[in-house]
Design a protein around this ligand. Structure first.
Ligand code: ARG
Length: 467
């Protein structure tokens, strides 16, 4: 027996699952109901405007508004009779409204289309989640600042190519992530400005033949401006793309930090310990404490990138104006929002409970030729050209490796074999003097990092007011 569609290759599969009912194909109620508050807020403002403009009778508008509030209450207490055969959120709410208040409910959709309605809902929702995102971003930034402050004098090995390179303050390393997240916040704020435009009043595509007051609607619903082209307004999803892009970059940053946490918490590095809350044991190897939260944050970054690509692809071939393809903007967007917000919350907790092995990172910061660049700079101070100093230090490091010695353990006699310019003061070079010397703005000297910490706290306070 062949049931078309149950197998892509077209091979009959009598044991396969029954073919899904294709009538479900257009239904979005199982995910767009997340927008019910925004949808109802939009409808209440619309009804108010219609009455003010004498497009519908005030008594009907009052009934509509009371009815919508009752519908919202039903949704909130779980008694709302969601009906998939009504396809989407808008039809479900309007249908229920009319059931409750009678024919007056039929006046709500005057001068409106589901096309400008859904564009409105998505913009209201996006503005709300951006505020939430900014709050959570600030939470992670505060955790970074607290962790940096609690370890403000700790020096650690800094890396390039994942090879030990030069000593840096642990706080400096953390504040690098503060700066990344600060740029992310800027991107979300930017996206907010583009989302903050009222599309309602665009109708299906061409505008509406009623004397509507769009400025009033914008004010009621908290928008800074109204859209200027109805055809653009019903089909524009740029604001979603921008959120996806900002979220992707932000997840990329969090993923890099996750990667550091995974590396740092390994036995090999042993820089940090994660609290048991943010690790899980292995089902077979009893000694293990796996950094699953950090790993999942790294792994979930992929789906956020994927949703950005998916929406770009949905949009690329659409002729003006509204096309049903646009309904595909939602599931990916909701997943991106959920993933990003959850990841930000995980980082807030994970960073808050991170324990640094100060003794170990401090010791490693001074070992393994970490100070080779400082010794080259020392020779430069004795008038040796930098290139030559670099060559001398390269040979000294090779010597250390052959002899299995640390730089600091070399005798003056050994130093002199490579250059006559070395003196006793070479032994005064330490990880501490190395970081202190990098005292230019943006450098890792304690003074500079202290300034950065102060600045970071000011930025957090300034941002606390919201948008
Ligand atoms: N569920 C639709 C969406 O998400 C709402 C708009 C439907 N408009 C229409 N003309 N079918 O885009």
């Amino acid at each position: 027996m062949f049931r078309p569609g149950n197998n892509l290759a077209g091979t009959p599969d009598p044991f396969g699952p029954p073919m899904p009912d294709y009538t479900d194909y257009t239904v979005s109620i199982h995910y767009d109901r997340r927008l019910y508050r925004h949808d109802i807020a939009g409808s209440i403002a619309h009804a108010r405007m219609l009455a003010r403009q004498e497009i519908i009778p005030t008594e009907d508008a009052d009934q509509i508004i009371q009815g919508l509030k009752a519908v919202e209450q039903e949704i909130e207490d779980g008694s709302f009779p969601w009906d998939p055969s009504l396809e989407d959120l808008h039809m479900n709410i309007e249908h229920r409204l009319t059931e409750k208040i009678g024919p007056a409910g039929g006046r709500l959709h005057t001068g409106r289309s589901r096309n400008d309605q859904i564009a409105l809902d998505m913009r209201l929702y996006t503005k709300q989640v951006i505020e939430e995102t900014l709050g959570d971003l600030r939470g992670v930034q505060s955790s970074l600042v607290s962790l940096a402050e609690a370890n403000r004098d700790v020096i650690m090995p800094g890396y390039t190519h994942l090879q030990r390179a030069q000593p840096v303050l642990f706080a400096h390393h953390l504040l690098a992530y503060f700066r990344m997240l600060q740029r992310d916040a800027g991107r979300f704020q930017d996206c907010y400005r583009r989302a903050d435009v009222l599309p309602l009043g665009s109708g299906a595509l061409a505008g509406v033949p009623y004397p509507t007051d769009r400025e009033f609607l914008a004010k009621e619903l908290g928008f800074s401006e109204i859209s200027r082209n109805s055809m653009d307004a019903v089909s524009d999803r740029d604001f979603l793309l921008e959120y996806h892009a900002a979220a992707s970059i932000c997840m990329m940053h969090l993923s890099r930090l996750a990667e550091e946490i995974v590396i740092w918490s390994s036995r090999e590095f042993g820089f940090v310990r994660l609290s048991p809350e943010f690790t899980t044991g292995s089902s077979i190897m009893p000694q293990k404490r796996n950094p699953d939260y950090a790993e999942l944050a790294r792994g979930k970054t992929g789906r956020v990138y994927g949703h950005l690509m998916a929406l770009l692809t949905v949009l690329k071939g659409l002729p003006l104006t509204y096309n049903r393809d646009l309904q595909e903007d939602k599931e990916g967007f909701f997943d991106t929002v959920d993933t990003l917000l959850a990841t930000l919350k995980v980082f807030q907790g994970m960073l808050g409970s991170l324990e640094l092995d100060r003794e170990r990172v401090t010791r490693l910061a001074g070992e393994s030729q970490m100070l080779a660049t400082d010794l080259a700079d020392y020779l430069v101070a004795k008038k040796v050209p930098f290139r030559e100093a670099h060559g001398i230090m390269r040979r000294i490091c090779e010597h250390c490796e052959r002899e299995g010695k640390e730089l600091q353990a070399l005798t003056m006699e050994e130093y002199h074999r490579f250059s006559p310019h070395f003196g006793q003061d070479v032994y005064q070079i330490t990880a501490g003097s190395s970081v202190a010397a990098r005292d230019n703005p943006g450098g890792t000297a304690p003074q500079q990092v202290a300034k950065e910490l102060t600045e970071a706290k000011q930025l957090l306070e300034a941002g606390a007011d919201g948008l």
